[in-house]
Design a protein around this ligand. Structure first.
Ligand code: EPU
Length: 421
């Protein structure tokens, strides 16, 4: 298992390019199942989660190549409709094949994802939504067994604006008979990216970027090509890397419209941000860093996927901040590890209360999930001395070449292959 060895305390300086968005790619690739033929996905990030999705699609019968950031997927020979436990337990986003398989082939057998380290993370909204479109759904031996003749349009009101359920139902509804209305739909940019791809395949979707989607079903869709949007969470993590080291960092290939909530919070801490059409610069070189509270929420609110990074940032700011996660109420596995770096954090219910300290100190810490790992790396960059971040396979699921990007910005960070747990 690889680890990172970080010698902290270096101000980051320079420019790096942000990769395509993991969570957009994980929805876009399975959407290709809705059509017969070859689709092209540009700006695809090279990530373990993307390879897991490609493996799953291959198991279903699709063929692919992945070169220079472009995935070419051929769905012509798809003839298997099962997403096995082995895949789904590795990556919950595997459940995205459910809607497309059901809508296109009339059947799907997808393993239930089960729980996760920070809560139950159910898929009830996916299943209830598909039932509203006429699917017959049974749970057998840990699997979702979904069947339907042609799906029918329907009206769906989500209690919570779930990203995955919105994506799954939107994909399925594109091939249903008649109109589907999704009320309280997720408005995350990754969902809009998916909707644009579906529209280029021939789908009729209105209400993009809003919480009400109107989808008129069509008889068939065609393969199409799409550019993956930039990864707003990678960009946000790199901005905090600039802030936490009191450096100056420029990011290219960003869409600032996807990052307003984070940028506003960053500016409130005292850093300077400047923007161009597809780039952003953070300058913290002369900044006094002050604590700012954050409450996560669905887009356009502050993203839960930037909660761990904000907690570690607040650990080096003046004052006390409260960070409340309303999306995943137990997503705090990074806190005990950050405490090992000297952070002063107390978790109460779904909030972390962070008292700023003068200095973090290097230590051995262990990754527990993707964004938790990112917060430990940020802590290591800010800490005095050497930090070893173990189990970075979590990080490899969702950050493309993070160590080389940070190295390019002047960080001392090295990947060491090893067997330490
Ligand atoms: N929820 C339900 N029932 C459902 C679905 C969701 O109660 O059927 C709840 C969840 O438990 C959670 C809330 O609704 O409390 C929102 O979950 P959502 O469905 O929006 O999350 P997701 O689609 O499973 C995606 C991202 C996550 C990100 C969340 C929230 C992908 C592949 N994953 O998950 O990304 O945290 O949206 O923004 O898009 C990450 O990248 O590190 C990551 C975890």
């Amino acid at each position: 298992m690889d680890k990172f060895v970080i010698n902290g305390g270096k101000k980051l300086n320079g420019s790096v390019n942000v990769s395509g968005a993991k969570n957009a790619t994980l929805a876009l690739l399975p959407a290709s199942l809705l059509a017969n033929g070859i689709s092209e996905f540009r700006n695809t990030p090279k990530l373990n989660d993307v390879f897991t999705m490609l493996k799953l699609l291959k198991q279903l019968g699709a063929g692919y190549t992945f070169e220079n950031g472009i995935v070419t997927l051929d769905t012509t020979l798809v003839d298997n409709f099962t997403a096995p436990y082995e895949h789904v337990k590795k990556m919950r986003a595997s459940v995205y094949v459910l809607g497309p398989l059901l809508a296109r082939y009339g059947e799907a057998r997808v393993s239930l994802p089960g729980g996760c380290a920070w809560g139950p993370r159910p898929v009830n909204l996916h299943l209830e939504g598909l039932k509203r479109l006429g699917a017959e759904i049974n749970l057998e031996d840990g699997y979702i067994i979904a069947k339907s003749k042609r799906l029918n349009g329907g009206k769906i009101n989500f209690d919570i604006p779930s990203v995955g359920a919105t994506g799954n139902i939107m994909m399925a509804a594109c091939l249903a008979k008649g109109e589907t209305i999704i009320n309280n739909a997720a408005m995350e940019p990754e969902i809009t990216n998916l909707a644009r791809y579906l529209i280029s395949m021939g789908a009729k979707i209105e209400g993009l970027n809003s919480s009400i989607l109107h989808i008129q079903g069509v008889d068939f869709l065609n393969p199409a090509n799409i550019d993956t949007i930039p990864d707003r969470i990678e960009a946000g993590t790199l901005l905090i890397a600039g802030a936490i080291t009191k450096g100056k960092v420029n990011l290219t290939n960003v869409d600032i419209r996807h990052m307003y909530s984070l940028c506003e919070k960053l500016e409130a801490t005292g850093v300077k941000l400047s923007y161009n059409s597809n780039s952003v610069t953070i300058d913290a070189t002369d900044s006094e860093l002050n604590s700012v509270d954050v409450i996560t929420g669905p887009f356009p609110g502050y993203p839960t996927d930037m909660q761990a990074q904000w907690i570690v940032y607040m650990s080096v700011c003046n004052g006390t901040a409260t960070i409340t996660d309303t999306i995943y109420r137990d997503r705090f596995t990074h806190v005990p590890e950050l405490t090992r770096l000297g952070a002063d954090i107390t978790v109460k219910d779904n909030s972390a209360i962070v008292k700023g300290t003068n200095k973090l100190r290097g230590a051995k810490v262990m990754s527990t999930d993707l964004r938790a790992s990112a917060s430990l790396v940020l802590g290591g960059l800010a800490a005095e001395g050497t930090t070893e971040v173990l189990r970075i396979y979590h990080l490899d699921r969702g950050y493309e070449g993070l160590e080389s990007k940070l190295g390019q910005l002047g960080a001392s960070i090295e990947r060491v292959a090893g067997s330490e747990y």
